[in-house]
Ligand binder design. Structure first.
Ligand SMILES: Cc1cc2nc3c(=O)[nH]c(=O)nc-3n(C[C@H](O)[C@H](O)[C@H](O)COP(=O)(O)O)c2cc1C
Length: 193
């Protein structure tokens, strides 16, 4: 199986990436492979609600910023590992923007003449997701909710939700120094079938 991990942290070697790497290590043991995309490297523009991806060029975002090239990887992936630190109780701005761009372009949203709204994912069926959120507090409902909403809208079943609390209050709390946390994510990768 092909994994694609999306790192929503501005840090390319922080707690989020440490968790992703450990999950990938578990997955590799069963011959599943993949790569990490650091959203900070993509420099994605915001969705400007031009609406072209809905009807004019269905599923194709016309913004010329590399998003559609990135989408080739998303389309190929069997498992999306969507990971973000908590920022102001929500996902980071990088992650929110990625979720917006993904959902707005890949959700077929139609309003019929009698004002019935139908929504259907444009993504190929069979994709699954693992969500990872972490941060220094114990409050993650608002952080994971935008990810839940987009996965549900795009009909991507979430097979694991990994929530790691109290990360990074001191140097001792970084995920790499918490063996039970590393084991949790490693096992999530190893369980993949
Ligand atoms: C600007 C900023 C805002 C943050 N907001 C929250 C927050 O609302 N809730 C929380 O639990 N942690 C919050 N944190 C802590 C980070 O989520 C935490 O340090 C996390 O481990 C960073 O992940 P990273 O190393 O992958 O970047 C915040 C950190 C920063 C720098």
């Amino acid at each position: 199986m092909q994994l694609l991990a999306i790192n929503g942290s501005p840090h390319k070697a922080g707690n989020t990436v440490a968790l992703i790497n450990e999950l990938m290590r578990g997955a590799n043991e069963n011959n599943h492979h993949g790569e990490i995309v650091h959203l900070v490297d993509l420099h994605l523009d915001y969705c400007n609600w031009c609406g072209k991806c809905w009807n004019e060029t269905p599923g194709i975002c016309p913004i010329n910023d590399g998003f559609m090239t990135h989408m080739e990887k998303v389309l190929k992936a069997d498992i999306l590992v969507v990971a973000t630190p908590s920022s102001t109780r929500s996902v980071t701005g990088y992650m929110k923007n990625w979720l917006d761009r993904l959902c707005n372009s890949q959700l077929n949203y139609q309003v019929s003449s009698n004002k019935q709204v139908t929504m259907k994912s444009r993504l190929p069926i069979g994709k699954r997701a693992i969500l990872i959120v972490q941060g220094c507090t114990e409050l993650f409902q608002e952080t994971i909710e935008p990810m839940n909403v987009v996965m549900a809208a795009l009909e991507i079943p979430v097979i694991e939700r990994i929530i790691i609390k109290k990360v990074g209050l001191t140097d001792e709390d970084t995920v790499g120094k918490r063996p039970e946390v590393m084991k949790q994510v490693y096992n999530a990768g190893k369980r993949l079938k």
